[in-house]
Write a protein that binds this ligand. Structure first.
Ligand code: DGT
Ligand code: MG
Ligand code: MG
Length: 722
């Protein structure tokens, strides 16, 4: 230390800060931030451990001032020489502020030659305009035409600066549109100054495991619609056409899955430029409308407000954790370790699964703990600092987790952070915002997840396993409490249980009975935690459904039930979880059969005639459209070995896939690809569907309801010996 003090370019302060273990640390700061990595290496070579030496400067700045998404700026300003609408502050004081704003958004889409070597159309939708800029020697109705590509790019720059959006949107806009624009602009020597001050877009690949790309344009945010939708909704794929159909009920004008979509666009360019203009405009329009319809931009803003991350990085959980946690840690005079390169992700125990009891049941209550892991974090102070404090004073009274990890009773940080999130989630729920509800849930659970991720500086499998250990304990205590009340548990997974109600008490409906049981079980757990751990429990058990009917299938070929797969009848509608009908790669006819059968059984009708009817219709070729399989083809699998699975065979026959998904039917000469806009392949092997798809789906249900597929379709009981 003293040797460092003598160096002119370095300041050393000892101000009472400590590391997590409670040992004092000194703050060593080079005047030139660029020399920090070298300084760190010198110290480590000398055997001196460093802390937070890997925190990026921008984040350190935010952390030290406790800044989040909104800031208050205090200081003298001058009007920018580049733009009279901009104020320039030099070294102002920044402090955190709660800001809500309406963002100006502009959605952008380009059309290019097939190899993206030339941009010939750019559409802009938002900020009150819908405009298309087109490369064309002659005027085209509905477009602003430009004589060469350089002019086109310049027009884009001018338009963006005139419209002045806060947020630029698009579909794959970073990796396609903006990268192509940047490449063409560089080649044609056009300054692609799309920002509020000069500077070309700067592309970055996140180093985290998301590997998502982002781009910096000064003064604006660029958000990719794909990423926003992917985080919020489960869809078979995330092509603009698929998402637009799912959300808006209308697709693109030319689906990119058409094998020759690109050729079609080139043809329009030559033969029907007005149609090209309409097509290009529609793409930009769809993106804006999808995000607006689902409130996904508002959601990103909400997530940014909660985590403090910038809008285009709200999904980066490890960085979010730092941004939330470090300011609180510093407030307590404690510094965090560096991320260590010598570790790999931990194997964290999962939730418990209770052995299922397959069958068909009446009146089943489904309970699930509200925000289980976050609630456990709050209840038991499951937190890196609390963990370190307990380790530093072994003799003191601490909370001991099922895996033996110990936590100080007070001073934890995560419980407070989680509390804030929980309140936000409650608010989202009560205003009926299901995306925000889901997003906040995911953000909270990610805070647990990163504790098992090696790239997190707070990586600590002991804490992660303490959380899941308490989770398992909670599930088993829940079962004991339910059984203690004289009820049967049919199945349970992580934090949910399925309970057979008894009924029989006159005048008490199933829901009232389920609610009464809920109260008793929750109370029993609360008391058990209180007396066992001396803490105030924060667990809430929710009654999720009362199922009039419940079906839990058997594992194929086994005696026990199958996990995370069940169906129920609730409020006159079918609820299906994890059964074939919601598996993506099964043909739609599986779903038709399964749902139809369950619906009949749940409403006390015989499913057999229905099964016979579906089989007859399949054989008659009436349901061919529902025989299509769809599956994602993994990159690289197309050039693998010869005996490939059916989806790979189909993709090979199709000459590849667009968007990574292949659709096919089984014909008498094997799998054949189904191409959009073309008729289905000939000679579909309908018997394949009867015996390989319909029969197993039906028999899984008949096994519990009685009957069999063979009987239902009038197959002779004894097959004649051939
Ligand atoms: P809820 O039931 O909607 O109020 O919220 P949770 O948090 O109880 O979620 P639930 O019941 O789906 O799952 C129970 C626990 O399982 C949850 O607290 C944490 C863990 N878990 C569930 N999904 C995820 C996930 O996507 N990532 C991680 N890291 N943990 C998860
Ligand atoms: Mg839950
Ligand atoms: Mg659950």
């Amino acid at each position: 230390m003293d040797r460092l003090r003598e160096e002119a370019a370095i300041t050393v302060e000892v101000d009472g800060r400590r590391d997590l273990a409670g040992l004092p640390v000194a703050r060593v700061r080079p005047t030139d931030p660029g020399s920090l990595p070298r300084l760190r290496a010198r110290l480590e070579d000398a055997g001196i451990p460093t802390f937070e030496a890997d925190l990026r400067h921008a984040y350190r700045f935010l952390v030290e001032r406790g800044l989040r998404a909104g800031v208050e700026i205090e200081g003298r300003s001058v009007v920018s020489p580049d733009d009279p609408d901009l104020l320039v502050f030099r070294n102002p004081r920044l402090s955190p502020a709660d800001v809500r704003f309406e963002s100006r958004t502009l959605s952008l889409d380009i059309e290019t030659t097939p190899d993206a070597s030339e941009v010939f159309a750019i559409s802009l939708v938002g900020c009150g305009v819908e405009e298309v800029h087109l490369l064309s020697p002659v005027p085209v109705e509905g477009a602003v035409v430009h004589a060469d590509e350089r002019e086109l790019l310049r027009a884009l720059v001018l338009a963006v600066r005139r419209l002045d959006p806060d947020v630029i949107l698009g579909w794959n806009v970073v990796d396609f549109d903006l990268r192509v624009l940047a490449r063409r602009a560089a080649r044609l020597r056009v300054a692609l100054d799309l920002g509020r001050e000069p500077g070309a877009p700067r592309f970055e690949q996140d180093s985290g495991y998301t590997r998502s790309s982002r781009v910096e344009i000064p003064g604006r945010m660029v958000l990719d619609g794909i990423g926003l939708v992917r985080d919020a909704m489960r869809l078979p794929d995330y092509r603009l056409d698929t998402v637009a159909r799912a959300v808006l009920g209308r697709g693109k004008r030319i689906d990119a899955d058409v094998p020759d979509a690109s050729a079609e666009i080139q043809r329009l360019r030559r033969e029907d430029p007005r149609a090209l203009v309409a097509y290009n405009l529609e793409d930009a329009r769809l993106v804006g409308e999808i995000l607006a319809a689902e409130g996904l931009l508002d959601l990103a803003v909400e997530r940014s407000r909660l985590s403090g991350m910038q809008l285009d990085r709200v999904g980066a959980s490890i960085a979010s954790f730092d941004l939330l946690y470090l300011p609180e840690l510093h407030r307590r005079g404690v510094v965090a370790p560096n991320v260590r390169a010598d570790r790999t992700d931990a194997v964290v125990q999962g939730g418990a699964v209770l052995e299922p009891r397959p069958g068909l049941f009446r009146d089943v209550a489904v309970y699930d703990f509200k925000s289980l892991y976050p609630s456990l974090i709050r209840t038991f102070q499951l937190d890196p600092l609390a963990h370190a404090r307990a380790a530093a004073s072994p003799g003191t009274d601490a909370i001991e987790a099922p895996n033996g990890a110990r936590f100080a009773r007070e001073g934890g940080i995560l419980p407070g952070i989680v509390e804030h999130f929980l309140a936000s989630r409650d608010a989202a729920r009560s205003r009926g915002d299901r995306h925000a509800d889901q997003a906040i849930k995911i953000m909270m659970n990610a805070m647990f997840g990163v504790l098992g991720a090696a790239a997190c500086r707070f990586f600590d499998p002991e804490i992660a396993n303490a959380i899941t250990g308490f989770g398992q304990q909670t599930l088993s205590w829940t079962r004991e409490a339910i059984e203690g009340c004289g009820y049967d548990v049919l199945y349970g997974d992580t934090d949910s249980v399925f309970v057979r109600l008894r009924g029989g008490e006159p005048g008490v409906g199933a829901t009232a009975e389920a609610e009464a049981l809920r109260v008793r079980v929750e109370q029993a757990i609360v008391e058990r935690i209180r007396s066992g751990f001396g803490v105030e429990p924060r667990l809430v058990l929710e009654l999720e459904h009362v199922l009039a009917r419940f079906f839990l299938p058997r594992v194929r070929g086994g005696a026990g039930g199958s996990k995370k797969r069940y169906a129920g009848w609730v409020d006159g509608r079918l609820l299906v979880v994890g059964l074939e009908s919601v598996r993506r790669d099964w043909p739609a006819v599986a779903r038709r059969l399964q749902e139809g059968m369950l619906e009949r059984i749940f409403t006390d009708r015989d499913p057999a005639p229905f099964v016979g009817e579906v089989v007859a219709r399949v054989r008659a070729g009436e349901l061919d459209d529902e025989l299509v399989y769809a599956k994602r083809v993994r990159k690289g699998s197309l050039d693998g070995y010869a005996s490939a699975p059916p989806h790979v065979q189909a993709a090979r026959k199709a000459g590849g896939t667009r968007g990574g998904v292949v659709r096919w039917v089984v014909t008498r000469s094997g799998p054949e690809p189904v191409l959009p806009g073309r008729p289905l392949p000939e000679r579909i092997d309908r018997e394949h569907y009867v015996t390989r798809v319909l029969e197993p789906v039906a028999d899984a249900i008949f096994a519990e309801s009685g009957g069999s597929f063979g009987e239902a379709i009038g197959r002779p009981k004894q097959l004649a010996l051939l």
